[in-house]
Design a protein around this ligand. Structure first.
Ligand code: RFL
Ligand code: PHB
Length: 453
């Protein structure tokens, strides 16, 4: 029998039988019995993670070790990391694969995220097609200045590579590895989170299904069902909403600069970003009352030119937008990231305003910690690492929340702002322009704090 299969079967059998009342001694003494049973079970085909095609017939209870709700970046990075550690999982996603792949969102990957892509075997395309940016430009009242991450931080850089490309890479790899993902799963509902045998039910065209698991990972984004399943008195929520949104467009035109431009202008914030040397992504701070129909392409190009300023405005190539959306901005953290056997990760647990480009990267960092903790549990039976997941992840989350909140305040126009507030913004940006120390702090946070921070 293959060693990995044996380990998996043992781990599964062990978790089925391990409960908090049981002493570790009893757990160890029972090992021999478990292995014998596990070998038999594996030979019989029981407890194997089943593929999306052959699992989940109506009424059939499927069993796995970790049930993952949500096939966004958090859910699929986690599934890959668990798979690599020999831990079985099944992913349930309420949207179609095409929808998840076409959602236009993040664009900037931290080093840790790119490294994670390499570790799980999807690093080739991001290296070929991703754009490595060793710096960024900030502008205040149309006057730009450059922050050189590479020079300040010993070669540090971020990679511009769209979230939709990350999702395509994850999907292709999940297919290849046989990671079971059920798309268009309706009415996904976690049950018995505070007991020993949590389960998830969902509905497909075939009927109602049930997934029994040892643990559930809630990776279903801000509006998902996981956090909403936790009793209100079991978690604390910290939140700031912002009195504006971001209007974003994609256009098949070359970017106006080889790196991003974050612009603070009296009219409000603007960001020049990109997806490739021929595709631009631009954002404008807008009112929460604005509708997409209020903003013609012409009005957007006009306002971008004003806010980005004279140095770069002549380099903006205008063209028809093929995607246009308005997103509200929010800072949000829920604590702790665990309730019983449910663990929250990614946007299900926290939201940052997109100013610092941290959301997807935080989701990746969370599941690196969570996957390691779950793998440690299955390898040793010790709950030490899973018990520490929430505190360890929150430590880094709060630092990214702080940076995103700070950069949002530094670069946006708030309705209550008076002349004094405006001068404070300008003074801080001028300080950033002139101070190497201030630039180092900015660069260190922007390229991403180390995972053990
Ligand atoms: P996601 O991506 O929302 O994925 C959650 C998945 O769960 C599914 N789902 C459910 N499935 C089953 N049952 C249910 N009841 C479910 N409810 C939801 C959803 O369909 C979805 O597939 O969360 P995840 O995985 O935590 O990933 C988070 C990131 O997507 C997010 O933080 C980033 O996009 C944020 N973000 C950025 N992050 C960066 O790191 N760098 C950036 O440059 C960046 N730019 C951005 C951004 C987000 C933006 N918007 C639109 C909010 C720019 C923008 C404009
Ligand atoms: C993007 O390209 O979508 C992007 C880049 C930087 C941000 C936010 C979004 O801070």
């Amino acid at each position: 029998m293959h060693a990995t299969a044996s380990r998996r079967a043992f781990a599964k059998y062990a978790t089925l039988s391990f409960n908090t009342d049981m002493t570790l001694e009893l757990f160890v003494c029972s090992t021999y019995y478990f292995i014998v049973q596990a070998v038999t079970a594996t030979r019989n085909g029981a407890w194997h993670g089943r593929s999306a095609e052959n699992s989940g017939r109506e009424g059939e209870a499927v069993r796995t070790q970790v049930g993952i709700i949500g096939a966004g970046p958090a859910g699929l990075f986690l599934a890959h990391l668990l798979h690599r550690s020999g831990v079985d999982c099944v992913v349930l996603e309420n949207r179609s694969r095409e929808y998840v792949e076409s959602r236009v969102r993040a664009g900037v990957l931290e080093r840790t995220t790119v490294q994670l892509m390499h570790e799980i075997g999807i690093g080739d395309r991001v290296v070929r097609e991703g754009l490595v940016h060793a710096g960024t430009t900030l502008a205040v009242n149309g006057e730009p200045f450059h922050v050189d991450f590479g020079e300040l931080l010993d070669g540090a850089a971020v990679t511009v590579y769209g979230q939709s490309e990350v999702m395509k890479d994850l999907h292709v790899s999940a297919d290849r590895l046989g990671i079971p993902i059920h798309y268009e799963a309706q009415n996904v509902t976690p049950h018995d989170l505070d007991g020993e045998r949590p389960k998830i039910t969902w509905r497909s065209q075939k009927g109602v299904h049930s997934l029994e698991c040892d643990f559930i990972a809630g990776c279903d984004g801000f509006h998902g069902v996981s956090r909403a399943s936790i009793p209100a008195d079991a978690i604390k929520v910290f939140e700031r909403t912002y009195p504006f949104g971001w209007l974003g467009i994609l256009a098949e035109v070359p970017p106006c600069n080889h790196e991003l431009i974050y612009a603070n202008h009296e009219h409000g914030f603007a960001l020049a970003s990109m997806r490739s040397p021929t595709r631009s992504r631009y954002y404008l701070q807008c009112s929460l009352d604005d509708k997409i129909e209020d903003w013609s392409d012409e009005a957007i190009w006009q306002e971008l030119a004003v806010r980005i300023g004279d140095s770069f405005a002549p380099k903006i190539t205008r063209g028809p937008s093929f995607e246009k959306s308005i997103a509200p901005l929010r800072s949000f953290v829920c604590s702790p990231l665990r309730y019983g056997r449910l663990f929250l990760a990614g946007d299900a647990a926290h939201i940052v305003p997109p100013t610092g480009a941290k959301g997807l990267n935080l989701a990746a960092a969370d599941v690196i910690v969570l996957a390691k903790a779950l793998a440690a549990f299955y390898a040793s039976g010790s709950t030490r690492e899973i018990d520490g997941y929430s505190a360890r992840a929150l430590d880094r989350i709060w630092k990214a929340e702080r940076f995103s909140w700070w950069l949002t305040h530094l670069t946006h126009r708030f309705p209550h702002m008076d002349g004094f507030d405006r001068q404070m913004q300008v003074a801080e940006l001028e300080y950033l322009r002139q101070s190497r120390a201030a630039q180092s702090v900015f660069a260190e946070n922007y390229v991403g704090l180390p995972l053990n921070a």
